[in-house]
Design a protein around this ligand. Structure first.
Ligand code: GTP
Ligand code: MG
Length: 233
């Protein structure tokens, strides 16, 4: 046998492991239980993201098949990190537990839908929320009522079922729907806030808002151009 392929036997370290050193026996079990519950929670929310993305992809491909048009430009998703879950629960004065996270947080699972035109946003939202197994929990239209800083998007919290081996779980998913233009602004604004440590001067904030208005006006013009071309077709 080649000496390189010979695996060395690894002897377990002598004495108690770090968890055993730090925690009493009953605490060790509680810690493990929490860890496993958290892994199950992540799996549940990851599955909910997949369910919602599949629904959106099917709607988009149906539009392509029927009308030779894709209302969705692309879809992004993210699962909230354990660190962010912990911080948000602390902010809300809640204990760090899976039950508290499920009951309190609507944005553990996040799906962002980037559409071509403003009208597509409302079409996608309407088609998604009218499905039998989808329940609309919350709707915030930051396109009709933009945030004071100029932020625009349609925010939904929907509940969708996830079928597990022994149960059906209803899971909340935050869906943000916006145009490419709105996404361009939100991504850069987020980065600027992050880079400048959340402290944008009044003058720059005004300029950013101004950019948001310009982008919104362009979105409307593009929508009109598209409508006109569609009528000609
Ligand atoms: P939180 O998630 O706790 O803020 O709860 P909420 O329901 O009050 O939030 P909201 O619906 O206003 O926004 C949730 C998400 O939308 C944020 O996590 C961001 O992803 C996005 N968002 C909201 N406002 C802004 C904004 O001003 N700029 C950018 N770039 N994104 C925003
Ligand atoms: Mg959030």
């Amino acid at each position: 046998m080649n000496a390189k392929n010979t695996k060395k036997a690894i002897n377990p370290p002598a004495g108690p492991n770090p968890v055993q050193q730090l925690f009493a026996a009953d605490q060790q079990q509680a810690l493990l239980d929490q860890l496993y519950q958290f892994i199950e929670l992540e799996h549940l929310y990851e599955s909910a993201i997949r369910e919602v993305k599949t629904k959106l992809e099917i709607l988009d491909s149906e539009f392509k098949a029927k009308y030779d048009y894709n209302p969705i430009h692309h879809i992004e998703d993210r699962l909230k990190s354990p660190q962010s879950i912990l911080e948000k629960l602390q902010r809300k004065g809640m204990p760090f537990s899976c039950n508290a996270a499920r009951a309190t947080l609507n944005d553990i699972a996040g799906v962002r839908v980037i559409c071509n035109y403003i009208e597509d946003i409302y079409t996608v939202a309407e088609l998604l929320t009218s499905q039998d197994d989808v329940t609309l929990i919350k709707r915030k239209d930051y396109i009709k009522d933009p945030k004071p800083n100029g932020y625009r998007s349609l925010h939904l919290v929907i509940q969708t079922p996830v079928y597990l081996s022994d149960s059906k779980e209803l899971v909340n998913v935050e869906v943000q729907i916006r145009t490419i233009a709105m996404d361009f602004w939100a991504s850069l604004e987020h980065e600027l806030k992050y880079k400048t440590n959340h402290d944008v001067s009044a003058d720059l904030a005004e300029q950013l808002k101004d950019c948001a208005e310009t982008i919104a006006a362009t979105d409307k013009r593009m929508q009109e151009i598209y409508r006109t071309l569609k009528q000609i077709d």
